[in-house]
Design a protein around this ligand. Structure first.
Ligand SMILES: NC(=O)c1ccc[n+]([C@@H]2O[C@H](COP(=O)([O-])OP(=O)(O)OC[C@H]3O[C@@H](n4cnc5c(N)ncnc54)[C@H](OP(=O)(O)O)[C@@H]3O)[C@@H](O)[C@H]2O)c1
Length: 259
């Protein structure tokens, strides 16, 4: 049985609260800058991570306040307490962006079971756990928006990055089902499916066709959040067509696809 959410006080700043889980994420911060005007931004980052430079750009973008919270996604047992702490001290979360994730070392994960499990744990299990905690708090209030980052890597998993890709496939399935379960509850779950994003996570890799930037991803995500429309957002939209065709590619060809 689920526990009803504890009623939380209004935000100290009097505005909405946007929480970025994985508070140093390039994409998460680009989303935060766009949602900043008049809102409190909470950056929930790994304990000990350097967040000293992250507040000023959000204040410049018009944030009512910027708050910093320790959050280790891999520590599943801490999720409920972190969310409860944000809501009791800072205010009810209106938009929660799950921006944490790791690409991991595919070659290592092919040989080392614990390395494979770490990627699946962060990119699938921890995401599913936090989405569940957040949805259970938002449902009784009948409002709130969740953002869970899928990827085209999970649409048809490639040999070259099957560990990360399978985690994203799992997350995409979980989030798609949850978005349907939330239909009619007043809570919206947005599922961005970006292609290759040129940024820190992909540093040193050759960009794939239809690459985008963190700013382009954030534009598409924020437009969808503001429209309060649940479901998948392909970024860019052309990838929807490309992956409809990709499903038809014979396996002997698909197996040679680059990362
Ligand atoms: N970049 C792409 O090509 C791409 C494409 C499709 C989907 N996505 C997805 O989009 C999301 C955002 O990616 P991004 O490009 O913004 O990547 P990013 O800049 O590398 O950010 C990922 C963030 O996740 C944080 N993180 C990792 N493990 C964590 C943990 N256990 N607890 C708390 N935080 C943790 C990292 O923290 P530290 O800063 O402390 O390392 C980092 O700030 C991810 O889910 C990613 O898989 C990215």
């Amino acid at each position: 049985m689920s526990t009803p959410a504890t009623p939380s006080p209004p935000p100290a700043s009097g505005g909405e609260v946007v929480a970025i889980f994985g508070g140093r994420s390039e994409i998460g911060l680009a989303v935060a800058r766009r949602l900043a005007p008049g809102r409190t931004i909470v950056l929930a980052s790994r304990p000990g991570a350097d967040t000293s430079a992250l507040g000023a750009p959000l204040a410049d973008a018009g944030a009512a306040a910027v708050e910093f919270v320790d959050f280790d996604a891999d520590d599943l047992d801490s999720h409920a307490a972190v969310v409860a702490d944000i809501e009791s001290r800072i205010g009810e979360i209106t938009v929660a962006v799950l921006a944490f994730g790791i690409l991991g070392d595919q070659a290592l994960a092919e040989r080392d079971a614990s390395a494979a499990a770490r990627i699946l744990h962060t990119d699938f299990v921890a995401q599913a756990a936090l989405l569940t905690v957040l949805a259970e708090r938002m449902k009784p209030r009948r409002r709130g928006t969740l953002v869970a980052f899928s990827s085209v890597a999970g649409q048809r998993v490639r040999r070259a990055n099957y560990v990360y890709g399978s985690a994203k496939a799992g997350l995409d399935g979980f989030a798609s089902g949850m978005a349907d379960a939330l239909h009619g509850t007043g809570v919206t779950l947005v599922i961005p499916r970006p292609g290759f994003v040129v940024g820190r996570m992909t540093e040193g890799m050759d960009p794939a066709p239809f690459s985008s930037t963190p700013d382009q991803v954030a534009d598409a995500v924020v437009a969808r959040v503001q429209a309060r429309r649940a479901g998948v957002v392909w970024i860019p939209w052309q990838l929807r067509v490309m992956f409809a065709v990709a499903r038809l590619v014979p396996q002997p060809v698909w197996r040679r696809m680059p990362r």
